[in-house]
Design a protein around this ligand. Structure first.
Ligand code: CIR
Length: 292
């Protein structure tokens, strides 16, 4: 059994997937979805990959999964798999058009991520998008949504606690909210610092977390929901190797910069403009899978 540790270990590997030529047809409720600029989307995805590489450090590997022409949303790899250390649970994505994305990711993880020893696959009627799952180190937060149902949450919890019995699972129901995923309103900076959107869905998520669990965290509240999705790289000790934040939300960026500087002085912060992904209802965490 691998022992979970907090602080979380450094990420040593990442997986990304190239944009589908049909990316502009991604599932989206965003009002700008019809205006996705493919050339710009490619530039932003390239910048994202470079930023992830910079955060992981020299000599670490990014697995690049070939695109999947049949699936416009295939770059949103986070939704297809949840891993904790040596365990991978392949999801059964909640939108039917995305369910075929999983096979390619499974192949890539099996071939390129030797740390994974235990593999499980979710099946109907369970559904889950990985965007609804936030693992901070000691806690596994799972959001119920239009994409993730109770059977999906229960399956993930059962498989992960089977191998990591000290893991505490917290389920929050956001299905009534207009937000797509749990991680659209809450992400982690380090094992004991969360970033949450200071709006109704953000507060609803936070209020459903039991008090003793909340007591383990400091919260940075940000006014923009999109900006609450940060991609954080723990340093394996008590701090941060770096963090990627959304560019274009100055009030949130200001708060994040000053809070990060105050708590983790000298941390590298990389703001990325991801406008074309936001139009596809995507954010920062959704474009990669990170492995410790
Ligand atoms: C979808 O609606 O499924 C995609 N267009 C966006 C998925 C974004 N995923 C994520 O934030 N984890």
């Amino acid at each position: 059994m691998t022992i979970l540790s907090t602080p979380r270990p450094r990420f040593t590997r990442a997986l990304v997937r190239q944009l589908a030529p049909s990316f502009a047809a991604a599932v989206s409720k965003h009002p700008g979805s019809a205006t996705i600029d493919m050339a710009l989307a490619h530039q932003q995805h390239d910048a994202y990959e470079q930023a992830v590489q910079q955060m992981l450090g020299q000599g670490t590997k990014i697995v690049q999964v070939p695109t999947d022409q049949a699936h416009p949303d295939c770059c949103f790899v986070e939704d297809t798999c949840v891993t904790i250390r040596n365990v991978a649970v392949f999801t059964h994505p909640g939108h039917v058009s995305r369910q075929g994305e999983v096979v390619g990711i499974k192949k890539a993880i099996t071939a390129h991520v030797p740390e994974i020893e235990h593999v499980y696959s979710m099946e109907a009627p369970a559904t889950m998008d990985g965007g609804d799952v936030l693992f901070t180190g000691a806690h596994l937060f799972i959001g119920l949504s239009d994409r993730t149902n109770r059977a999906g949450a229960d399956f993930l919890a059962a498989m992960m606690t089977k191998h990591h019995p000290t893991l505490a699972v917290v389920i929050a129901d956001l299905a009534s909210q207009p937000t797509l995923h749990f991680k659209c309103v809450m992400t982690f900076l380090t094992h004991n610092v969360l970033v949450i959107s200071d709006d109704e869905p953000g507060h609803l998520a936070w209020n459903q977390i039991p008090e003793p669990v909340r007591a383990a965290y400091h919260v940075i509240w940000v006014p923009d929901q999109v900006a609450s999705n940060v991609l954080s790289f723990p340093d394996g000790k008590d701090g941060l190797a770096g963090v990627i934040v959304q560019e274009g939300f100055p009030a949130s960026e200001e708060i994040l910069k000053s809070e990060i500087e105050a708590r983790f002085p000298g941390t590298k912060i990389v703001p990325l403009q991801m406008s074309e992904f936001i139009k596809a209802d995507g954010a920062l965490t959704c474009c990669s899978l990170l492995f410790a």
